[in-house]
Design a protein around this ligand. Structure first.
Ligand code: PHE
Length: 488
């Protein structure tokens, strides 16, 4: 409506000098007129020049008087036209503030005689204040003196009014042309594309946000840990098998077949295929012997080692199974020192709670060299964990079937103000290394920790189900920041 009015008016007139007047002459809201002006200006149908005017608007008090009359007139009308009224009585008839203002204004105007008794001095008064206020309401302009007196009484306040003067622009037309935004199949078929006017490209417009993949926090932390291991000269072990035989997961690690971890309460065994297809037979014999009767200075466990037990397939319970395979391969070659690491998934039949799932990721590192000592292990651990920002470490004697000595690793948590367990470590037993064929003076120091624990701390997640599994909020994956481990 406003658009037709503006374009139509300009067809026969040079300009619209004032959008405000134009709006009221055409019975339009000025806001609508302004919006149309902006839009038409954008397409250069019109040229528009800003107009700014100080205008006056009524205050709440001003609006009240415009409707009900000024206090002085209300007071005047409350006085009888003949005789007088007691001041107290007059006061009762009027609102207190109205009475006060009315008295002073009517007094100034010399309309009334004020004493104990109040009487009219003139027969007739005009409500000039009310009239002026109404004129302002109607958008009329008043003289300086009137404005000043209303402003002094705080009945009006200044307001900047913004509008436009408008004339034809370079693309002026009495009606806006619909421009096409797309070239459609129908346009081509009908052939009307020749007549169509197309909307210009807006090369400054923002495109839709590009959808892209996002890395899970575990992957980010994993990558940083990888970098730390690589900086320390470690090689990554191939961990691409979740299914493992009991032999490589337990037996080769000198973990006895009666060990509670080998129970289905702790370990997921496979139904199909339930057993492994092949194992290195001569090595199996050596492992059997070390379990049953020891050797290499050990008495062994002195029980009947069963091949069927070793054949059982399971979901690996630790990545140490991979380390064991790697060490076995390494022992077959002429000896060379090695540093290996892995970060991958392991599975345990655990009851699930805020901090435990039946699967998690293990970070594992090992160093294999002649004559290594527990001091070397402590040194490597200090180096590794200080790169993760944990430089205060403590060690506590522990037990693993495959390491001796074994140490739990604790770090001082500045936030929690206490020592928290962060990993497990040890030196692999001779009962594990010597059947593989390593020279006698070769030692392997190793440690393991979970990837979830540091990730939850770094990303402030206190329920593991918010980090991993079907309850994870996808927007967390989109928004989570980079991992700065090992960067600072
Ligand atoms: N395999 C151990 C675990 O699952 C970690 C570990 C690795 C301990 C290497 C000692 C040496 O907790």
């Amino acid at each position: 409506m406003a658009e037709d009015a503006i374009l139509g008016y300009l067809a026969t007139h040079e300009e619209i000098p004032d959008s405000g007047q134009f709006a009221s002459q055409h019975g339009l809201h000025h806001n609508d007129v302004v919006n149309v002006i902006k839009s038409l200006h954008g397409f250069r149908y019109i040229d528009a020049q800003d107009i700014k005017r100080e205008s006056w608007v009524l205050t709440d008090e001003g609006k009240k008087y415009a409707a009900e009359g000024s206090p002085e007139v209300q007071l005047f009308l409350a006085i009888p036209s003949e005789g007088s009224i007691a001041k107290d009585e007059l006061q009762k008839k009027l609102d207190p503030s109205l009475f006060k203002i009315g008295c002073s204004q009517a007094g100034k105007n010399k309309w009334v005689d004020m004493g104990k008794q109040v009487s009219r001095k003139v027969q007739h008064v005009e409500d000039k204040v009310k009239d002026l206020l109404i004129r302002i309401q109607d958008g009329q302009t008043l003289g300086k003196e009137d404005i000043n007196s209303l402003r002094a009484r705080k009945l009006i306040v200044a307001q900047t009014w913004k509008g436009y003067s408008v004339s034809k622009g370079p693309n002026y037309a009495p009606k806006r042309k619909k421009v096409a935004t797309d070239l459609t199949r129908e346009n081509l078929q009908r052939g009307d594309w020749k007549e169509l006017e197309f909307k210009e490209y807006n090369f400054n417009a923002k495109g839709p946000p590009a959808e892209a993949g996002h890395l899970h926090p575990l992957l980010k932390v994993k990558q940083q840990l990888k970098n730390i291991f690589l900086q320390m000269g470690f090689e990554e072990m191939p961990t691409n098998n979740f299914v493992e035989s009991s032999f490589w997961n337990f037996d080769a690690l000198f973990q006895p077949q009666q060990h509670p971890a080998r129970d289905s309460h702790d370990t997921f065994f496979l139904e199909a295929p339930s057993t492994t297809r092949e194992l290195p037979e001569d090595y199996v014999q050596l492992v059997k012997r070390v379990h049953e009767s020891g050797g290499y200075g050990s008495r062994g466990y002195m029980y009947d080692w069963k091949r069927e037990e070793a054949n059982k397939n399971l979901l690996r319970t630790h990545t140490t199974a991979v380390s064991t395979r790697m060490l076995y391969t390494l022992a077959k070659q002429p000896f060379a020192p090695k540093r290996y690491f892995s970060i991958d998934r392991v599975f345990r039949n655990e009851s699930v709670d805020r901090t435990h799932l039946a699967e998690f990721h293990q970070i594992e590192g090992l160093v294999c060299d002649r004559g290594l000592t527990l001091g070397d292990l402590i040194g490597v651990l200090n180096d590794f964990f200080s790169r993760l920002g944990m430089s205060k470490l403590r060690f506590k004697p522990a037990y693993n079937p495959y390491t001796e000595p074994s140490m739990e690793i604790f770090s001082y948590h500045e936030g929690l103000k206490k020592w928290v367990e962060i990993g497990n470590s040890g030196m692999f037993r001779p009962e594990m290394l010597l059947p593989m064929g390593f020279p006698e003076d070769v030692r392997v120091i190793a440690w393991g920790l979970s990837l979830e624990r540091p990730t939850m701390i770094l990303y402030g997640i206190d329920n593991i189900r918010d980090l991993f599994g079907h309850k994870v909020d996808l927007s967390l994956i989109k928004r989570n920041p980079i991992c700065r481990l090992g960067i600072n």
